[in-house]
Design a protein around this ligand. Structure first.
Ligand code: SF4
Length: 279
């Protein structure tokens, strides 16, 4: 039986970088705080907690404290608040997310209304719209386009949350083009996400079964699973080796394995070793 591991499996460059920055900061400073979890993965969250990083829901006094900005970034107001309260700020925002901030700010200066295609409640989207002076329009789905508002726009600029599904994005952009005379579109879906999406469209067709590794609260893992399942019924979503079942591998010649962007490599390796042991 052959095990085919996706090239894009696991952490993306931005998450890896943010975790490295977090661990380095925790090694040299005592009071390090972070708004929410660094990624949706229990093991990684535990690792950072062990290193001494504390999770907070809001920013209190920042005297002698360090505030770590996660890979998804934060809005300008939240950053100002942290600085005002006295936090020393360490910014682990992914450079690709920073790039989206820059584009949105630049185009706003050029009088374009900013439209963000992304999940309304996601931290990255809050961070993008939080960079702007005017209210941005957020569209999460082609069925949720605020047509009345859109029809009034003469010029608008579309940026995209880095992890969005490209096909879905292009569909929304086509619909927007029908209503907005001057529409600038910046495809800001990041390279690691594109690679993951390409692989998950191919791998389920090339393998007898597909194993997708990631926490059950990881949105990007869920997306990978849904695409895979639509192409290959024998797709299985596991959070660790304990979810693997021996009977999945009966008569299987090729096993495709991928992992969500918040899954550490050691979890993936444990799954692979376990599959080799039981088959
Ligand atoms: S998904 Fe892309 S933009 Fe987001 S942290 Fe990873 S590399 Fe950066």
């Amino acid at each position: 039986m052959k095990i085919n591991l996706a090239k894009s499996a696991g952490f993306c460059f931005g998450v890896k970088r943010a975790i490295d920055i977090a661990l380095k900061t925790a090694a040299s400073e005592k009071n390090v705080y972070m708004l929410g979890d660094i990624v949706h993965n229990e093991d990684v969250v535990k690792q950072l907690r062990k290193a001494g990083i504390k999770k907070i829901a809001r920013l209190a006094s920042g005297k002698n404290k360090t505030f770590l900005i996660r890979a998804h970034g934060i809005g300008g107001k939240a950053l100002q608040k942290a600085l005002k309260r006295g936090y020393r700020v360490i910014d682990a925002t992914c450079p690709m997310v920073k790039e989206i901030h820059k584009i949105a700010q630049r185009m706003e200066k050029e009088s374009y209304r900013i439209i963000v295609i992304g999940d309304r409640l996601h931290d990255e989207v809050s961070g993008i719209i939080g960079q702007l002076k005017n209210k941005a329009i957020v569209i999460d789905n082609s069925e949720h386009i605020p047509v009345k508002t859109i029809k009034k726009l003469k010029k608008a600029c579309v940026v995209v949350q880095s992890t969005q599904n490209l096909e879905k994005v292009l569909k929304i952009v086509e619909l927007l083009k029908k209503h907005i005379p001057e529409l600038k579109f910046f495809n800001t879906v990041c390279k690691p996400t594109r690679m993951k999406q390409e692989e998950i469209k191919r791998m389920p067709l090339e393998n007898d079964i597909i194993i997708i590794i990631g926490s059950k609260n990881s949105a990007n893992t869920k997306r990978l699973y849904e695409i895979s399942k639509s192409l290959n019924k024998r797709s299985f979503w596991v959070s660790s080796k304990k979810d693997i079942r021996r009977n999945w591998f009966k008569g299987v010649k090729n096993v495709g394995i991928t992992a969500g962007a918040s899954t550490p490599d050691y979890t993936t390796q444990e799954v692979i070793t376990y599959i080799k042991q039981i088959t």
